[in-house]
Design a protein around this ligand. Sequence first.
Ligand SMILES: Nc1ncnc2c1ncn2[C@@H]1O[C@H](COP(=O)(O)OP(=O)(O)OP(=O)(O)O)[C@@H](O)[C@H]1O
Length: 212
Amino acid sequence: MFSIKQLVFKDILTVNNLEIESGKIYCLFGESGSGKSTLLKMFNSMLTPDQGTITYKDQSIANLDPVQLRREVVMLGQDPVVFEGTVRDNLLIGLQFADEADVEDQVLIDLLNDLHLTKDLDDEADKLSGGEQQRLAFGRVLLMNAEVYLLDEPTSALDEETETAIMDLFTKKIRDEGKMAIMVTHSKEVAEKYSDEIIYMNDIVTKEGDFS
Ligand SMILES: Nc1ncnc2c1ncn2[C@@H]1O[C@H](COP(=O)(O)OP(=O)(O)OP(=O)(O)O)[C@@H](O)[C@H]1O
């Protein structure tokens, strides 16, 4: 699905070779500052390497329209993005970005229940707590029906019980629909429980310029 060859980004990241297969859930694991978020952003062109190539479905990412790419390869960033407006507005805006039709309120209500988010669709989104906003952003991304989900610490603001519920829901959806995800997490437990493959940053990052 993705292939990275001899990638260099500033003095932050040097990756000789990385292959990511479709239909799997990957976790990126490594110490703080090891470049996990930076690498994640390369997969949908939010950052562009200084050297090297990244291919997606055998095409160089550099040649793909970034807007089109981001409809297929969706990012849920470390800090949840909350738009002005209601909970409903915040869920539907992802569909608008993906150029997909709106869905019925009942679909959104079911999604809020799945996310353990006991809020009304008409509630103002900026009044939600940090953990609630994280789940709202997760819901927006889940609705988008992407091919690939890039998640950066998606449950960092959640208690353990809610984290388990959200991760169970998310990974079931990925597996049922044959999609894939690359997820940054600090939690070894989350990585081991939910991923098919753990990518250890220490294993893939080489010394600058050393591609031997
Ligand atoms: N745009 C940028 N310009 C310069 N340096 C940056 C930029 N983005 C990140 N860095 C630096 O690159 C390094 C890797 O950052 P990154 O956020 O990718 O690490 P991380 O492994 O995700 O860390 P954490 O687990 O703490 O979130 C850090 O030293 C950071 O300060």
